[in-house]
Design a protein around this ligand. Structure first.
Ligand code: SF4
Length: 355
């Protein structure tokens, strides 16, 4: 298709094909940004940009998957193992609650001796002490691990987590291309297993998200394959509230020699995600890996959400990338981008607008 015809298709809000998405990667970056911004305005004419006050609680780095692309998990001689007890977890959430935070992400490694019962008890203890904090917790890989360790079917596993207080699940997708998964995380779940968790969540009336970790040796066609898989799962389930792309940080991983993807690649991925994922309303600017400056620019490339003001995060930090930002930083940079900052809840409803 001619560039002008594809441009018309994008500006009219029509669905584009996977091969058209591949073609977008060779567009001039500013043309691509303008097209993505036009798509964002169709979905979000209101010009607001959201953020949420939340905290990631990384409860343990003990993990039997030992993925090569992960710097966080315990490794003999490199990274000391740790596991937080319930008091340690509640103490961290208490700090968030006192700051007015509304959401917690419990996330950790695939512990060889912990099954579903352990995580049910963890979620129930958090909800008992903090009934108003939303538990957006446990990734698809953790859920499959719990289900296997306890010999419980996936649907029942998800239903029991929901009963224990888990409201939604971060869709931690890495890259949904099995060729790359076999290289960087051969012991972690496959793409089809990721989808099986999404179907179980849909069956149980729970929401999720999808992410994309790119820059791990995948081709442009494989980037488009990831986006296409996410779009098809969303067509089937409708449970994906947001899409969050971030680049692979190779520091302290088994792929340390890899060259980070860079800013232009990030803006392309954000923009093409906005255009291609016509069934997902919220596209986040991944400031945690890309930094606040580039995330701010991504707001003109289709992104309309800054994600969480995280008070602690250990997984990205383990790669040597550490970013700290407060609510005032978010408000300032959103305003400077000509947009209206909005504190939101886990369902993307406005809590407070900063005009
Ligand atoms: S990415 Fe997750 S599953 Fe893989 S080693 Fe790290 S903590 Fe474990």
């Amino acid at each position: 298709m001619q560039k002008s015809a594809l441009r018309d298709k994008i500006f009219s809000g029509s669905r584009i094909s996977r091969s058209e998405a591949v073609g977008l990667f060779s567009w001039d970056i500013l043309d691509l940004g303008a097209a993505a911004d036009a798509r964002r305005r169709i979905v979000h004419p209101e010009d607001t940009v959201g953020f949420i006050l939340d905290r990631i609680v990384n409860y343990s780095n003990i993990c039997e998957a030992q993925c090569g692309f992960c710097a966080y998990h315990a490794r003999a001689g490199f990274v000391e193992p740790y596991e937080l007890g319930i008091d340690g977890i509640l103490g961290k959430i208490d700090e968030l609650a006192r700051m007015g935070g509304t959401q917690v992400m419990l996330q950790g490694g695939l512990h060889p001796e912990r099954g579903l019962e352990h995580y049910e008890a963890m979620a129930a203890a958090v909800k008992e002490r903090f009934p108003d904090i939303v538990l957006h917790s446990f990734s698809p890989a953790e859920i499959i691990h719990m289900s296997r360790k306890s010999g419980v079917g996936l649907n029942e596993c998800v239903a029991r987590l929901k009963s224990a207080g888990v409201e939604s699940v971060p869709g931690a997708s890495d890259i949904l291309v099995d060729r790359i998964r076999k290289i960087v995380s051969p012991n972690k779940i496959s793409r089809d297993e990721w989808k099986s968790v999404m179907l179980a969540l849909a069956e149980n009336g729970m929401k999720s998200s999808a992410t994309m970790t790119y820059g791990m040796g995948e081709s442009i066609e494989e980037k488009a394959e990831h986006l296409d898989f996410v779009r098809s799962v969303q067509d089937e389930t409708g449970i994906i509230r947001a899409f969050i792309p971030w680049s692979f940080s190779p520091g302290n991983t088994g792929f340390e020699g890899m060259v980070p993807a860079g800013g232009i690649e990030f803006l392309k991925v954000v923009a093409i995600a906005r255009i291609y994922l016509d069934n997902i309303k919220f596209i986040q600017a991944g400031w945690l890996t890309e930094g606040l400056g580039l995330a701010q620019i991504a707001l003109s490339f289709g992104a309309n959400d800054m994600g969480g003001v995280l008070t602690e995060e250990l997984v990205v930090k383990a790669t040597g990338v550490e970013r700290i930002a407060g609510m005032d930083d978010f408000i300032g940079l959103i305003r400077a981008a000509g947009r209206v900052p909005v504190q939101r809840d886990s369902d993307y409803r406005t809590i407070r607008t900063f005009r």
